[in-house]
Design a binder for this molecule. Structure first.
Ligand SMILES: Cc1cc2nc3c(=O)[nH]c(=O)nc-3n(C[C@H](O)[C@H](O)[C@H](O)COP(=O)(O)OP(=O)(O)OC[C@H]3O[C@@H](n4cnc5c(N)ncnc54)[C@H](O)[C@@H]3O)c2cc1C
Length: 491
């Protein structure tokens, strides 16, 4: 636990008493756009958000206990219940389902299991064909599950457009296009004009269009739909039930919570950026805050001024990158860029608003789309990302193999969480599969050092990345050393 101890049971961040981004100044269009933005994540700010399920009371004995009610935990529960219908499965969530990263993200549901092709090629080149295949199967299976259970979450195979907004990024896109082609993935390099014909921003210098491999989704509705499907398959779900400790009781594990205990044959942890009940995994993850804005619904004229007929998910190719998309009700959701780590792995709810970052994001939004001048930001929020030094999920085991854990998705877990869940179940059940034989699964990232070194190292890295973006992509000696060691920092 740290200063401002992260307490999952504390739930969603409260709205600040006064709006930090408000401004009266007529001469401050950015301040005006942000004034009155609501602090609750867009996806969670809906009247039909399900009421929380009751917390655990008393003691339970189960076959499988799942800790964490984000996408990872819900996939574990649903997959386990569907694979073995008689199995007694309970899911314990410390606050409410989807209140954390799973209800705060951009909703890019990617086939990539490796945080992008470049990261995968750098780490596991030999495994990439298999990882690509498994990633594509994973995305298909997500689509199939959504259809099978009738989950109304706006899942749409939108594809992705990666845009260059600095000349040096064109080179990176060319390399990425070549790597994609080598792996048999469709990816088309576009000129500035061709890119602007898809989405019209004067900042675009070129693009890489990947029609496959990315879907857009309303992530909170996906969470709630998976929860309903899991409950329908017999999973018992308790919200407001934080696991405070785990005890090995020979053939079983006892989970302690303030209101009862669960005795389980097997346990899977999907606790993301929060301190893992398996203490030895804690050094592998740091919480990194990522901020997001959403606009009010665009008018038909504003919408058509953007082009963007196919509604691709868009990201730019900077090291500090933005990701953005449209919603079903024609809002623009715009996030990324600043990736903020606070001393002591601070997860305090007050970190969910940061006026300086929100201003910067809004400035970038209106510079990218000047045709949206005057549009208001209706929502501004942030969430903690479970960042690890290799940017992809990793797995751990404990208590004699009865407990398995998966975390570390580093900002690309909407799709990969299902794969992470499958592997965690393989590990918990002691199954050897093609998945568990992957080096990606058998190895762990390099741990972060303890404080104060942790904060210092991340801060130097953050500043170096910002300098690299400002200096034509040139990486300084610190970043080159990290690259050589296969280490990094990202959101
Ligand atoms: C701002 C933001 C933008 C993002 N954008 C994208 C994107 O566009 N695409 C993408 O692929 N990924 C994105 N991500 C990452 C993605 O949201 C996650 O990787 C994904 O949702 C998987 O989440 P999870 O279930 O592992 O974690 P979470 O959703 O954080 O769930 C973990 C849960 O565990 C619970 N918990 C923790 N400890 C305990 C305990 N001791 N007892 C009981 N419960 C506990 C917490 O309360 C929490 O609900 C983004 C993340 C953020 C924050």
């Amino acid at each position: 636990m740290t200063r401002d101890a992260p307490d999952p049971a504390s739930g969603p961040a409260p709205s600040p008493a006064s709006d930090p981004a408000s401004s009266d100044s007529e001469s401050d269009p950015i301040g005006r756009a942000l004034a009155g933005a609501r602090s609750v994540p867009l996806w969670l700010d809906v009247p039909d958000r399900p009421a929380p399920r009751p917390g655990l009371v008393g003691d339970l004995t189960v076959d499988l206990a799942v800790v964490g009610g984000g996408l990872t935990g819900l996939w574990v529960a649903l997959l386990a219940a569907e694979a073995e219908p008689g199995r007694r499965v309970v899911l314990l969530e410390g606050a409410s389902l989807g209140w954390a990263a799973s209800g705060r993200n951009g909703g890019f549901c990617s086939a990539s299991l490796t945080h992008g092709l470049g990261n995968g090629m750098a780490r596991w080149p030999g495994e990439m064909p298999a990882l690509q295949r498994m990633g594509a199967e994973n995305l298909d299976a997500i689509e199939d599950t959504i259809a099978r259970h009738g989950i109304d979450c706006g899942f749409r195979r939108s594809g992705e457009l990666l845009v260059a907004v600095q000349p040096w990024q064109l080179h990176d896109l060319t390399e990425l296009a070549a790597a994609s082609r080598r792996l048999g993935r469709p990816a088309e390099l576009l000129s500035a004009e061709e890119t602007r014909a898809l989405v019209d921003s004067p900042t675009y210098l070129g693009g890489l269009h990947e029609p496959d491999g990315t879907a857009l989704v309303d992530p909170a509705r996906l969470v709630w739909g998976l929860a309903a499907a899991a409950a329908g398959a017999g999973v018992e779900i308790h919200e407001g039930t934080r696991v405070t400790a785990m005890r090995d009781e020979g053939g079983r594990v006892r989970l302690l919570t303030p209101s009862g205990t669960v005795l389980a044959r097997r346990v899977v942890l999907g606790t993301s950026a929060f301190p893992s009940p398996l203490r030895r995994l804690r050094p592998f993850v740091v919480p990194v805050w990522d901020h997001v804005l959403a606009t009010e619904p665009l008018t038909a004229d504003q919408r058509s001024a953007l082009g963007w007929k196919s509604g691709e998910g868009v990201a730019d190719a900077g090291n500090q990158f933005h990701y953005y998309r449209l919603t079903d009700d024609d809002r623009l959701v715009w996030g990324g860029y600043d990736a903020l780590y606070y001393f002591g792995s601070d997860l305090g709810a007050r970190r969910a608003r940061r006026p300086a970052t929100e201003r910067l994001l809004a400035e970038h939004l209106f510079a990218t789309f000047p045709q949206l001048a005057g549009v208001r930001i209706s929502h501004a929020w942030a969430g903690a990302i479970d960042t690890c030094s290799r940017f992809t999920a990793f797995w751990g085991r404990g208590l004699g193999g009865k407990v398995a854990a998966v975390q570390g998705f580093t900002g690309l877990g909407v799709g990969a969480s299902r794969f992470g869940a499958l592997v965690a179940l393989d590990l918990a059940d002691g199954r050897e599969t093609e998945r568990t034989r992957l080096r990606m699964v058998r190895t762990k990232p390099v741990p972060f050092p303890p404080e104060p070194l942790r904060w210092a190292a991340i801060e130097v890295t953050r500043r170096s990345i910002a300098r690299a973006d400002a200096a034509g992509g040139r990486r300084n000696a610190w970043l080159r050393t990290l690259d050589r060691l296969g280490l990094g920092f990202d959101s």
